[in-house]
Design a protein around this ligand. Structure first.
Ligand SMILES: Nc1ncnc2c1ncn2[C@@H]1O[C@H](COP(=O)(O)OP(=O)(O)O)[C@@H](O)[C@H]1O
Ligand SMILES: [Mg+2]
Length: 313
């Protein structure tokens, strides 16, 4: 037997999270088994890490009638903690679970998503026991993983969910900080309307231009703090504003994959190499007003006066 929830090690809790609703069944077990099939393995054993399992359990909670409790899932976690691995396991598990499941994925750009699909995910599936059930479609514009049960994992491009016809069961916006507006969501929404569909929006914290993800995070944190367990859920891992971003004690308290798939040496090396504000964004999930103090606090009047010395303060 493979242990899917190695809980002997206590891992960091998210700083904000929608509370789990006891008694709601979920798909976390199936997603964990899919991760094992895909060959993922950590020092705790085959499959997903505890934080990935906990996220999946919340995000896929089912209502008594079998529909998903959450139509929207927002996940904010630092770089390199295993977001994309969790998404792949979740998408493949969903494709296998129900014949004909239509899934659309995107990352920073369509090209990034295409590379991931064809150069990383397909080779992994090809090496696995799932190989007989999946084939890659490489045609430019219609790239996808096509499952023998009629399910499909394809890409979103610009304003279209290409190749999906009229219906979409699962939309995934990875690296959502790179989106400067909501056009991808707008492209997916109509196709999701009549389905028991979910939209997953996943990222580390963003920059001043990341208005789309920023809005999701603020809404998600507010809902989580109110304890709302309908419509949308949010899970967010980050450094608190007043914690020392350069102190390994902070990393151990906040980074859910540290000591499993990420070492302190790696984080330390990146801290040395990266711009400090960028480190705080990518590794601390801190937004610009915290990560770049001093940049957003110039009032409009002072700015105008500096630009136009004739103006009076
Ligand atoms: N459950 C897991 N088992 C084994 N390796 C994992 C697991 N989750 C993540 N990893 C590894 O950790 C690294 C970062 O994962 P990734 O999903 O790309 O992180 P993120 O999307 O959060 O930046 C990759 O090398 C990936 O293979
Ligand atoms: Mg990723």
């Amino acid at each position: 037997m493979v242990s899917l929830r190695p809980s002997s090690r206590s891992s960091p809790a998210p700083r904000f999270a929608t509370p789990a609703t006891p008694g709601r069944p979920n798909l976390a077990g199936a997603i964990g088994r899919t991760a094992v099939l895909l060959g993922f393995e950590t020092p705790l054993g085959p499959g997903l890490m505890p934080w990935q399992h906990d996220l999946n359990a919340l995000a896929t909670e089912l209502l008594p009638d079998g529909r998903f409790a959450y139509r929207q899932v927002v996940l904010e976690v630092m770089r390199q903690q295993g977001k994309t691995v969790d998404l792949l396991s979740m998408m493949v598990a969903r494709a296998l679970r129900r014949a004909g499941t239509q899934i659309a994925y995107t990352a920073q750009t369509r090209l990034d998503a295409r590379k991931r699909l064809l150069d990383s995910w397909w080779p992994r599936i090809e090496r696995s026991k799932l190989r007989p059930y999946v084939r890659p479609r490489r045609g430019s514009g219609s790239e996808a993983l096509v499952f023998s049960n009629g399910s499909m994992l394809g890409l979103v491009s610009g304003t279209e969910t290409s190749g999906h016809g009229d219906s979409l069961d699962l939309g995934v916006i990875d690296e959502a900080w790179a989106q400067t507006d909501d056009h991808i969501e707008q492209a997916m929404r109509p196709a999701m309307m009549t389905r028991d569909a979910q939209l997953w929006i996943v990222s580390a914290a963003g920059t001043g231009k990341s208005t789309y993800f920023r809005g999701k995070v603020e809404d998600g944190r507010a809902r989580a703090e109110m304890g709302l367990t309908d419509t949308g859920c949010y899970v967010g891992y980050s450094f608190a504003d007043d914690e020392d971003p350069a102190d390994p004690v902070t990393w151990r308290r906040r980074m859910p994959a540290l000591g499993l798939t990420v070492t302190e040496e790696t984080v330390r090396a990146d801290l040395d190499l990266m711009d400090f504000a960028e480190f705080r964004r990518a590794y601390g999930c801190q937004w610009p007003e915290v990560a770049k103090p001093g940049w957003q606090v110039i009032g409009q009047d002072a700015w105008g006066a500096a630009a136009n010395p004739q103006a009076r303060l």
